[in-house]
Design a protein around this ligand. Sequence first.
Ligand SMILES: Cc1cc2nc3c(=O)[nH]c(=O)nc-3n(C[C@H](O)[C@H](O)[C@H](O)COP(=O)(O)OP(=O)(O)OC[C@H]3O[C@@H](n4cnc5c(N)ncnc54)[C@H](O)[C@@H]3O)c2cc1C
Length: 412
Amino acid sequence: MLKADVLVLGAGIVGVAAALQIQARGREVVLVDRRGAGEETSFGNAGIIERASVFPYPFPRDLQKLAVYAVNGANEAHYRLADLPAFAPWLARYWWESAPERAEKHALAVLPLIENCLSEHEKLMAEAGALALLRKTGWLKLFRSEESFAAGRAAADKIVPFGLKTAFYAAGELRKLEPSLHGGVGAVHYLDPASISDPLALTQSYERLFEQRGGRFLRGDAKTFRPASAGYGVETEQGPLLAREAVICLGPWSDVVTAPLGYAVPMAVKRGYHMHYAAQEGAALGHPVLDADNGFLLAPMARGIRLTTGAEFAGRDTPPDYGQLDASETMARKLFPLAGRLDAEPWMGCRPCLPDMLPIIGPAPNHKGLWFDFGHQHHGLTLSAISGRLLAEMMTGATPFADPTPFRLDRF
Ligand SMILES: Cc1cc2nc3c(=O)[nH]c(=O)nc-3n(C[C@H](O)[C@H](O)[C@H](O)COP(=O)(O)OP(=O)(O)OC[C@H]3O[C@@H](n4cnc5c(N)ncnc54)[C@H](O)[C@@H]3O)c2cc1C
């Protein structure tokens, strides 16, 4: 029988970062996943470490926007009609949690994590020899009308009291910064965030560091996870493993463990797609650019220009629908001289979302030694390193650097 102090189940960016942080505090840790590290949701994101995302992604409350969403007319948020009945109660809760006073409370709860998200990643990246993946250039939010640009500037002004920096560019200034972009009346430059040129390579570099420091990474299926008399067990390709404590970092699949243990976790997924493109000769992109009014993002990546889509409200396991990606591509080709597609098939991932826009980080209410670290929605890359630290501090009896109460599962 294989033994460890701690079993971390799920080797996405959240699980790998948690494993490193727990290991750094003296525990013998084993990571278990059915796939390679970082090959699911953490593979395909837009690569932004969102240091400036003080306010999460609330459900819109503006009636005009709601009317557009209702008829599936917005490219940034689609829903799959057949899945709507299953989603409706979750959406209602998300809407309720997005009321301005509640959304602000949630934003303040996660603020200490946002404030430390980049510095915590930088520490891990330095140790993993991965700093070459990091670009501290911020990102651009581009607007198509004077009206939306004014609203975008007003939204950006709200983060300045938090010590964050922004710059506003009219069309001519934007063109100087990004000469290959065509279109847009102006942009907000969020200067504090950073981005990663290859999110998979980052997770893999953290996983290598974990193994160099004596950690083990084993293949196994979370469906075999079970409480045992002296901890928690799981079947791995190397045989059964028993650990005194376990951490669930299964992202959108966390219900594989929580449901059989009797925890009703109100999680839904916002699906997203990506495709890589070559740039036409002479064209280049220096920053991630969100086309705010059209709801897609272009990010320069090691593999090419990565186009990522907004949210698709659909079941985790229902077949992909590439309509949102195709519509985004048509608009993106007018914004930037994209050449051919570089991937055989579009990629799809599922952002694991709780209705109050906060992750679950902390102890399982009814199982001693069982911990949760999942549900990081649009910010799993951003918050992974710092969530792992908060969790590791709780697990090892250190004083947590931030109040962990808002992230407990029993808040629901
Ligand atoms: C289009 C898109 C763009 C995004 N852009 C950004 C961004 O710019 N910045 C940002 O911070 N976030 C972004 N995100 C969100 C971010 O990607 C996620 O929040 C994050 O990847 C979640 O990480 P995770 O480790 O929790 O989940 P995952 O990466 O999905 O990891 C879960 C792991 O569990 C494993 N697993 C599942 N089932 C089992 C099983 N039965 N047995 C064993 N193992 C199992 C999987 O193999 C996987 O490795 C984006 C997401 C999308 C979809």
